[in-house]
Design a protein around this ligand. Structure first.
Ligand SMILES: [Zn+2]
Length: 292
C-alpha cells in the first residue's frame, strides 16, 4: 500500500511479466488500484526448474493464466514453494488458489496470530535470519515491522539485492496503517535495511529500484524532515492535525489532506511514545497536540 497520489500510482503501468535479472521474473498480481499502484509484484525467483514464488497477489483469477505464462517463459519452471512478505491480503490472498491449482506447496511467512487464521492456507513459520533456497537463489529473511508486525524483507544473497515488500516502494511512500503499524518501529526497520547495503531493490509495488542505498536514505530523510516540520508546527502553536496538515502540506492538493492527516497522526504518535509531545483527547485525529 502506498500514500502516493492516485495519479502517480494509477498512471503507472508495468508489463504483466518481465525479467528483472537472470534470476528474478516479476509477475503483476492483476490487482491495480489506489493503494496497490499497478498491482502487487509477485516474483518467480531462481534459475532452475524448481523456483520460489515470492508473494501471491490478492487471489483474483486473472492472475493464474499470467503466472502460468510467466513460468513457461522462465523455461517451463515449476513452483517449489511459496514465500510471503506479510499478511496483508494483496500479498497472501492468492496463496490458497495457487495451492489449489499447483497442489500442496509450503507457504512460509512470519506468523501473526490474529491475522493468520483468516487465511485459507496453513502457514509454515519463518523468522528473521531464516534462509530459503532453490537453484540459483538464496533468500535470507529480515524481520522489518512497522508497516505490518509480521513483515519480512528478503536479501537475495547472489545479487546483494533486496525484496523489500511494502517497506520500500517503487513509487510513493509506505503507509503506516492504524492496525499493526508503528512509525518508530518502521524507522528502525529502514535503518536495518540500510545496514544490509542493498544494490537493487525489488519492491512489492512499482518498478525496480536501481540504487537501493540511495532510495533508503531518501526514505529516512523524508520521514525525518516531516517530523521536523510537525514539531515546528507545534512550536508555532498549532495543535490540531487539520491545521498541521494545512501548513506542512501547503504545496499539495487538498484531495490528499485526509491521507496526510494519518501520516501526521503517525508522526505524533511516534513522538508521543518518545515522550516529546502530549495530547488532550483519546482519538489521535481529533486530539489537541502540544510539545511535551
Ligand atoms: Zn502491506
Amino acid at each position: 500500500m502506498s500514500e502516493a497520489p492516485p495519479s502517480h500510482m494509477m498512471g503507472l503501468t508495468l508489463p504483466d511479466v518481465a525479467s528483472w535479472s537472470e534470476r528474478v521474473v516479476v509477475v503483476l498480481g492483476q490487482n491495480p488500484g489506489m493503494f496497490t499502484g499497478p498491482g502487487t509484484n509477485t516474483y518467480i525467483v531462481g534459475t532452475g526448474t524448481e523456483r520460489i514464488l515470492l508473494d501471491t497477489g490478492d487471489g483474483r483469477p486473472e492472475y493464474l493464466p499470467v503466472l502460468a505464462r510467466a513460468l513457461e517463459h522462465a523455461g517451463e519452471a515449476r513452483i517449489q514453494e511459496i514465500v510471503v512478505t506479510h499478511g496483508h491480503p494483496d500479498h497472501i490472498g492468492g496463496a490458497a488458489s495457487l495451492v489449489e491449482t499447483y497442489g500442496p506447496r509450503r507457504v512460509s511467512k512470519r506468523p501473526w496470530a490474529e491475522l493468520d487464521e483468516r487465511h485459507a492456507v496453513r502457514v509454515h513459520p519463518i523468522d528473521d535470519g531464516d534462509v530459503i533456497r532453490c537453484e540459483g537463489a538464496t533468500l535470507r529473511a529480515v524481520h522489518t515491522p512497522g508497516h505490518a508486525e509480521d513483515h519480512l524483507c528478503f536479501v537475495l544473497e547472489e545479487e546483494g539485492a533486496l525484496f523489500s515488500g511494502d517497506n520500500v516502494l517503487g513509487v510513493g511512500t509506505t503507509v503506516i496503517p492504524p492496525f499493526g503499524g508503528d512509525l518508530g518501529v518502521y524507522m528502525r526497520s529502514l535503518d536495518c535495511l540500510l545496514a544490509e547495503n542493498p544494490t537493487l531493490i525489488y519492491p512489492a509495488h512499482g518498478p525496480r529500484i536501481e540504487d537501493g542505498r540511495t532510495k533508503l536514505r531518501e526514505y529516512i530523510d523524508h520521514r525525518q524532515e516531516r517530523e521536523q516540520q510537525v514539531l515546528e508546527a507545534l512550536d508555532c502553536g498549532l495543535s490540531s492535525i487539520e491545521a498541521i496538515v494545512k501548513r506542512v502540506y501547503a504545496a499539495y492538493p487538498e484531495a490528499l489532506y485526509s491521507a496526510a492527516a494519518w501520516t501526521v497522526a503517525n508522526q505524533l504518535l511516534k513522538l508521543e511514545r518518545e515522550g516529546r509531545v502530549s495530547r488532550d483527547g483519546e482519538e489521535p485525529l481529533a486530539a489537541r497536540w502540544r510539545p511535551a
